[in-house]
Design a protein around this ligand. Structure first.
Ligand code: MG
Length: 269
């Protein structure tokens, strides 16, 4: 099922089912306790991030070709950091360049597959890990590179600013994505392809990430895991490319959809 979250014309936030493309049926309930049909067409004012995460775990350097382009060694265990839930924005909402990135362009894109946990997971073996996944969406792990590398490494600072976690456009349930390691993921900047990878290049596949993260750690329903980015990020390009006001950045994953966000300056323009 393809689940969207939206604000309706009366200002209510609802879930809907998109099928066929562009046609949304209003649903009752939520994806974690259960959704039921209403047979009513949704009156969508605007689409929102398909989930309101309770926690956001992120994995760095999880594609072999991206580890190579950064010049860093292949990690032995997943490289973890978190983003605050306040960084989340939905599809077509702006990515705002922070005022404190005043030393010059440094804000970068990272197209990523995002995993949404559907039921409480703790100490889950890898073989059963995907049973705890509700579904998948698309993320952009927006990163301010100077802040990220400041003071010997401040990944959370560089990746936590407001609007630095676009999610969407839909949550596609696990039954529609039988193999999360067989997805093509592409990022376009102003229509030009800048990242083109496959989730088969992940060093730690989704099942291993869920299992690893759940060791002595409760993953609540609504936990979102950003699973790393393929090669082609802006700072590793020659010459480097950074986001500027007016840019349009799109991340597309086969079978899930395309997440597009425009970039604004600190004042929103
Ligand atoms: Mg990332």
């Amino acid at each position: 099922m393809r689940i969207v979250r939206y604000e309706d014309m009366r200002g209510n936030v609802r879930y809907g089912r998109e099928d066929p493309p562009g046609v949304v049926e209003e649903l009752e309930g939520d994806p974690f306790s259960g959704l039921s049909p209403t047979f009513r067409t949704a009156d969508v004012l605007r689409f929102l991030a398909p989930v309101e995460p309770v926690n956001i775990f992120c994995v760095g350097l999880n594609y072999r070709a991206h580890a190579q382009e950064t010049g860093l060694p292949i990690p032995e265990d997943p490289v973890l950091f978190m983003k605050p839930t306040t960084a989340v924005v939905g599809p077509d909402q702006p990515i705002r360049i922070p005022a404190c990135c005043e030393h010059g362009p440094e804000v970068d894109y990272e197209g990523e597959l995002a995993v949404v946990i559907g039921r409480k997971a703790r100490d889950v073996p890898e073989e059963r890990a995907l049973d705890f996944v509700l579904g998948y969406t698309v993320a952009n792990d927006v990163s301010a590179r100077r802040w990220q590398k400041h003071n010997g490494g401040q990944w959370i600072r560089g990746k936590s600013f407001d609007t630095f976690c676009p999610l969407g456009p839909a949550l596609v349930t696990r039954d529609d994505i039988p193999d999360p390691q067989a997805l093509r993921i592409r990022t376009a900047l102003n229509g030009e392809l800048v990242q083109d990878g496959g989730t088969d290049d992940m060093i730690f596949p989704v099942a291993r990430l869920v299992s690893f993260l759940s060791r002595d750690t409760t993953l609540l329903p609504g936990t979102v895991i950003l699973t790393g980015t393929p090669p082609g990020v802006g700072f590793a390009r020659n010459p480097p490319v950074f986001l500027r006001p007016g840019d349009l950045v799109s991340v597309e994953i086969e079978g899930i959809g395309r997440l597009t966000n425009r970039v604004t300056g600190p004042d929103g323009a």
